[in-house]
Design a protein around this ligand. Structure first.
Ligand SMILES: [Zn+2]
Length: 413
């Protein structure tokens, strides 16, 4: 177990925070530090076709050790960490044989990881947890995924008695800023399907995610001295407010769960002359997703009709852009890839937790780029903040799942 701990720590202590405000790939130069280290490590454990391109996308191969034809499968994770919280100077703490009580992350600042609040902790009693020191995130998202893939690849190279087909490995930058899949060369990867190792708790297996769109509405007003404004002034902020008040009040992130979609206002700017409203639209169901986009247009069009006479033209302009789609559509026709992953977990005594993602993954973009790509647990909890932690046993189990999937895929039917 020390080996997997050491490997994980060697990754999380390299700062790889990504930056949405940068146009380069990778978005931050420091991501190269870990990328180069990973390439050297993949070569050292004997993988073939180890490549890194100009954008820091890494690929490698565990060669097949059977004579019959086996589909090529891939495992993917990302090495950047979220800009939501600092990833510099990560000082991982190891809690052996966790007793089920409070974990003091930082005595000086009184930062405590407590099962009273984070109830999931209790399922890891007796296990070894890796936590932060309360001042940074941990980076288990998704360096746990990288650790598991490298560990599984190393194991397969050392155990030729385990029969498997060709296995491809892909590590990407910039997933946390939504660009992990953008420059992923699906053709060069050459897999029939793949799995991202980027889920949370042990057992997670996900192949459904939101359909997503973003909308920006601009409301135009007319500024007139308030003392002489009657019948002349149009206050764009009040029209923007009208627009928001027409959206279904209970269909917001804070009041929905499971398969319920939502409208989420993410930004407002305003003056009398001009206001803007930004929102995101989410729904697992593609028909309901289309309906939601239609509703935004309908409300805006109605406001235009109501005000067009007074204003002499449109008062609301809007732009709605699709962001990503539910991968379910691409995974359902090849459902055996879920069956194999589920079987692998069951064979290892792991209870599969299949649920719909309330967000997107790199895998959903890759699925629409021609590489069906469900998501498997990486084991961590409380991503993107100081309470992030990962049980070492979950990382080991995830590595075991990778090996088992490779084995099951190569079995002759
Ligand atoms: Zn992630």
């Amino acid at each position: 177990m020390q080996h997997i701990i050491d490997r994980f720590i060697s990754y999380v202590t390299v700062d790889t925070e990504s930056d949405a405000n940068s146009d380069t790939t990778p978005s931050t130069a420091k991501q190269w530090d870990l990328a180069h280290k990973l390439v050297a490590e993949l070569k050292a454990i004997g993988l073939t076709e180890v490549t890194i391109d100009d954008n820091a996308y890494i690929m490698a191969t565990v060669p097949s050790n059977v004579d019959h034809d086996v589909p090529v499968i891939g495992f993917i994770s990302h090495f950047d960490t979220s800009p939501d919280f600092s990833g510099a100077n990560v000082k991982p703490q190891i809690v052996s044989n966790y007793d089920g009580g409070d974990i003091i992350l930082n005595a000086e600042q009184n930062i405590v990881l407590s099962p009273d609040y984070f109830k999931d902790l209790l399922q890891y009693k007796g296990q070894t947890l890796i936590t932060t020191d309360g001042t940074t995130l941990l980076g288990a998202d998704d360096k746990a995924g990288i650790t598991e893939i490298v560990t599984a690849a190393e194991y397969l190279m050392q155990h030729p008695e385990i029969k498997h087909g060709k296995i491809r490995i892909g590590f990407t930058p910039d997933e946390e800023i939504g660009r992990g899949a953008h420059k992923f060369d699906v053709a060069a990867f050459g897999a029939n399907w793949a799995y991202t190792m980027d889920g949370s708790q042990i057992g997670e297996l996900e192949y459904e995610n939101f359909n997503a769109a973003g909308a920006k509405l601009t409301f135009k007003g007319k500024s007139v001295h308030p003392g002489y404004a009657k019948g002349k002034m149009i206050n764009s902020m009040l029209i923007a407010n009208k627009f928001i008040s027409k959206l279904p009040k209970e269909e917001v992130p804070e009041m929905t769960s499971g398969y319920e979609g939502f409208f989420h206002v993410t930004g407002i700017t305003g003056s009398i002359e001009e206001s803007t409203v930004q929102l995101i639209i989410r729904d697992h169901d593609s028909k309901k997703f289309a309906k939601r986009k239609k509703l935004v247009k309908k409300i805006a069009d109605k406001l235009n009709r109501n005000y067009s006479k007074q204003f002499g033209g449109d008062i609301v302009e809007y732009e709605i852009k699709d962001q990503y789609y539910n991968m379910k559509e691409k995974v359902e026709p090849v459902f055996h890839i879920i069956d194999i992953a589920e079987q692998a977990m069951k064979d290892l005594g792991i209870k599969p937790l299949i649920k719909a993602i309330r967000g997107g993954t790199d895998g959903c973009q890759l699925s629409y780029m021609g590489l069906p790509c469900p998501n498997i647990f990486a084991g961590g909890h409380n991503f993107h903040g100081k309470y992030e932690y990962v049980p070492v046993e979950s990382m080991q189990k995830a590595a075991d799942v990778i090996v088992k999937i490779a084995e099951l895929t190569a079995q002759k039917k």
